[in-house]
Design a binder for this molecule. Sequence first.
Ligand code: C5P
Length: 241
Amino acid sequence: MPASSLTLTARERLVVALDVPTAKEALAMADRLSGRVGMLKLGLELFCAEGPSFVKELQARVPVFLDLKLHDIPTTVRRALDALLRLDPRLVDVHAQGGPAMLEAAVEAVHAHRAAGGQTELLAVTVLTSLDREALAALGHAGQPEDLVLAYAKLAHQAGCDGVVCSAWEASAIRQACGEGFHRLTPGIRPTGAATQDQARIMTPAQALKQGSTWLVVGRPITHAADPAAAAEAIVAEMLS
Ligand code: C5P
C-alpha cells in the first residue's frame, strides 16, 4: 500500500514536470534529479513520442506520475489503465468529468493492481485551468469554476479515487470537504522570486503546503535552471522554511 500523505517528507512532495521534448533530455534530467525529488511528471507529449518502455527507463531513476488524463467510456478507461498499470507508475490520472461510472472503473483497475502488489495511486483532474468562467459557460456550466472543482473533487472522492489534481488555491476547501487522506496535487507553484512565466494563479511552496497541497508540481523553475539539482534542493529547503 502507498504511504499516507502525512508521512511524506518535503523531498517526496516535490514533483517535477518533465516538459522536455526528447527521451534523451528527459533521461539526462532524471539522472540529475534522482534522489533529490519525489517524482517526475510525464505528460502526453513525451509518452506519445517515446512510449511505455521509456516510462520504465525513467522509473528506474525516479518514481513517475503518468499524467495522461484519461477520459473515455468506463470499459475503455479500465482497459487502458490495466495496460498502463503494468508499468506500475507511482501516480496516474483520469478526468473527473468522465463521471461516476468511469471513475469507479478506474478505481477498480487501480485497486486490482494494488491487491496484486502494485503501488499506483489514482488522481482525478478536476477542471483544467485553461477553462475560465466564459469557457465553462460555453460548455453549459453556470457559476464559478471553483464550485465545479469542488463538485468534481467530491465526485472523485465518492468514487474511491485517491486524490485530485487542482490549484493550490482550491486545496484547502477540498481538504475540508474530502479529508486529509484525499490527496491534492497542485501545479502552478513558484519559488519566491521566480518568474511566473504563463502561470496566473501561483503560490510559493510554503504557502501551498500550508493550504493543504500533498504534492507540489514544479516545472520550468527547475528544468530551465542552470543547475536543476540545486534549484530542486532550494525548493525543498523553501518547503521546510
Ligand atoms: O513549468 P511549470 O511549473 O509551469 O509546469 C507546470 C506543469 O503542470 C506543466 O506540465 C503544466 O502542463 C501542468 N499543469 C498546470 N496547471 C494545471 C494542470 C497541469 O500547470 N492546471
